[in-house]
Design a protein around this ligand. Structure first.
Ligand SMILES: C[S@@+](CC[C@H](N)C(=O)[O-])C[C@H]1O[C@@H](n2cnc3c(N)ncnc32)[C@H](O)[C@@H]1O
Length: 238
């Protein structure tokens, strides 16, 4: 599958990029995702390997670095901006990294309806769009619904790793985390015990010197001298 980028440049996502339109129909309304019917781990040559998800992978810098560092882990990047998705998938194809797939979809919907329980070791969310206007806050990825879905999708002991530069979004995240941390989160969406434990953020192995993660946005914001905020939430056994 090829996409024109203008000025004659073609992006080729063959073997790496998957479009949401290729996914099978959803189960009947309200039914839980059925791993026998659909499981994104089957997109990889070795589906039995540890599985990590990056939400909003942008141009793919983190995926390219970390997947090369950890060839025994499968990485699924999910990106809803078509041009970034195609750009990142083309880069992965040219690097011939068999352990990366890029999905063009809304990651929050995909997590909610498509990803089986307890299948992910890590969910990465780096420099998620802050949507600063109050009327757009509902578009932020971090919501109570998202934290409930992340908890379901992570294996017990699995991690949600988040970094942002945006002070107001960080305060919003902290308020949400507070509702979901501890052995018995009180939120109505927490239908079973076992929330998250808040732990210090650890830089991934591929981060460069002085970097928190080493994404494209981090590098841009670091040049502007912006401070960063980072969190790691470990799913407690519930
Ligand atoms: C500010 S950029 C950061 C990109 C990259 N993580 C980085 O740090 O360089 C946020 C990215 O998340 C994508 N995004 C935002 N909400 C999304 C969603 N619900 N599903 C998939 N991608 C999303 C945007 O299209 C954008 O590429």
């Amino acid at each position: 599958m090829s996409f024109g980028l203008g000025r004659g440049r073609q992006l080729d996502v063959t073997g790496v990029g998957i479009d949401a339109s290729e996914l099978p129909p959803l189960p009947p309304s309200g039914a839980a995702p059925d791993p026998a019917r659909f499981d994104p781990r089957r997109w990889f040559p070795h589906p039995e390997r540890p599985f990590e998800i990056e939400i909003g992978s942008g141009k793919g810098a983190f995926l390219l670095q970390q997947a090369a560092d950890e060839p025994g882990t499968n990485f699924l990047g999910i990106e809803w901006a078509k041009e970034f998705w195609a750009y990142a998938a083309d880069r992965v194809r040219r690097r011939a990294l068999p352990n990366v797939r890029l999905l063009h979809a809304d990651a929050t919907e995909f997590l909610r309806w498509r990803v089986p329980d307890g299948c992910a070791r890590v969910i990465h969310l780096y420099f998620s769009d802050p949507w600063p206007k109050a009327r757009h806050h509902k578009r932020r990825v971090v919501q109570d619904r998202f934290l409930a879905d992340a908890r379901r999708v992570l294996a017990p002991g699995g991690e949600l790793r988040i970094v942002t530069d945006h002070a107001d979004y960080w305060a919003w995240m902290e308020a949400h985390f507070a509702r979901w941390c501890g052995p018995n989160p009180a939120h109505p969406l927490a239908d079973s015990p076992g929330g998250f434990a808040r732990e210090p953020f650890e830089r991934p192995s591929s981060a460069g010197e002085g970097e928190v993660v080493g994404t494209n946005f981090e590098r841009k914001y670091a040049r502007e001298g912006r401070p960063f905020h980072a969190a790691k939430l470990r799913r407690l056994v519930g």
